[in-house]
Design a protein around this ligand. Structure first.
Ligand SMILES: [Zn+2]
Length: 405
């Protein structure tokens, strides 16, 4: 549906552009767009962040210069900076949040909204699909957006590159336990599995549904330990924390109401965790974990659930309109597709404490194994932490949007 609306919007935008109605200030015509696309196909434009080239997904339209303004696919650059890029289907807008700044770009509009204040745009955000394969890219003006978010942007003519520099902030880099000095050569692919490359906003009917994010272990409870006793020892609790915090950001950016059981390195009993969810009337409980085994062979992702029936024989669907098993399957699918992990499937685990003692639909995500060498290497990358959080957010949003239309 979103794709159809996207295509429809693109057609409307292009018709408006061709007729010169859309942009009173700088008239952009279809021939301006064609000219830009053709020229940039012959002379590609590159994009670098802090000296590292940004690569785009296979389906992405590469950077294009239209009327001397460079447009890039919305997600690649700003997610590399740790920002959040979300698509709002209702307003047909791209919303980018970095630190305390939010930029909203409506498709085809020559006004951007930066922290609630309107600012004029020379060239609007637009959806382009030059090869007509219906996998259009949402393109946004890079200089305006990056500068609004506090970045410096320059153009290097010799390499035809847009050079962006991250804002200077004191963002702590989370290096669990002993930081590894090895380059993280594991998993550098950015997720490109969907048409827009962004999270969907939550339906209005699901906006009052509370999702409790339970970040596994903490404090004296380290959870699983990778490379125990070695200099690069890694505690599961230190992985779960940044994943859970990022998941919270992703869900909030999509309009989901959330509550965390912990947001720092503290110990909580399992009973305290389930009580938080039960007492706050949560609709969904998601527990963030990573796995371990005595053998170094098992690897990959599994999502655990418990299909509950209450004392009166009412199912989760009867009581909440949504079921643990469906949520588990959606999250499992997104994890495997976005993180590229081995698919261990979703599993019914009715005896696990937090699944048994929460009254609402609940899942435990076991992202990857600290006891497996290749999983452990991947777990140490910031890409995996981000992909894990993004995938779970996507699975949860899909589940809520399917249940509450
Ligand atoms: Zn755990």
């Amino acid at each position: 549906m979103k794709k159809i609306i996207g295509i429809l919007m693109m057609v409307i935008v292009l018709i408006a552009m061709a007729s010169g109605l859309a942009y009173a200030g700088t008239k952009i015509t279809q021939s301006d767009i064609d000219e830009g696309l053709n020229f940039c196909q012959e002379y590609p434009v590159r994009l670098a962040l802090d000296g590292t080239e940004i690569t785009f997904g296979e389906k992405d339209v590469p950077p294009v210069i239209i009327k001397e303004r460079t447009l890039i696919p919305a997600r690649a650059l700003f997610e590399a900076m740790g920002g959040i890029v979300a698509w709002d289907n209702n307003t047909q807008s791209v919303n980018i949040k970095l630190d305390n700044t939010v930029v909203q770009l409506v498709i085809g509009s020559d006004v951007a909204v930066v922290n609630g204040v309107d600012q004029p745009l020379d060239v609007p955000a637009m959806i382009l699909d030059p090869d007509g394969d219906y996998y259009g890219s949402t393109m946004i003006p890079v200089r305006f957006t990056a500068e609004a978010l506090g970045c410096e942007v320059s153009w290097e003519d010799s390499t035809r590159s847009v050079l962006a520099t991250s804002p200077k902030t004191e963002e702590p880099v989370i290096e669990p336990n002993e930081p590894s000095t090895e380059p993280t050569d594991g998993n550098t692919d950015t997720p490109t599995d969907d048409d827009s490359g962004m999270l969907d906003m939550i339906h209005t009917a699901a906006k009052d549904k509370l999702v409790v994010i339970d970040i596994g272990h903490g404090g004296k409870d380290c959870g699983s330990i990778g490379h125990q006793g070695q200099t690069d020892q890694l505690y599961e609790k230190d992985l779960n924390l940044p994943i859970g915090l990022k998941l919270n950001e992703y869900l909030k950016s999509a309009g989901v109401k959330t509550l965390l059981t912990r947001d720092q390195d503290v110990y909580l009993t399992l009973d305290e965790r389930t009580t938080i969810a039960n007492n706050n009337g949560a609709t969904l409980f998601v527990s963030v974990h990573n796995n371990s085994n005595e053998s170094s062979t098992p690897h990959g992702t599994e999502v655990l659930y418990n299909s509950k029936v209450n004392a009166e024989g009412k199912t989760e669907n009867d009581l909440y309109g949504i079921a643990s098993k469906t949520i588990a399957a959606n999250v499992q699918d997104e994890m495997v597709s976005i993180c590229g992990t081995y698919d261990r499937g979703e599993r019914s685990s009715p005896s696990l404490y937090v699944l048994k003692h929460t009254v609402m639909p609940a899942i435990i995500v076991e992202g990857a194994f600290l006891s497996n060498e290749s999983d452990l290497k991947m777990l140490r990358t910031s890409e995996f932490i981000d992909n894990y959080a993004y995938a779970v957010a996507k699975g949860i949003i899909k589940s809520l949007n399917d249940a509450y239309k």
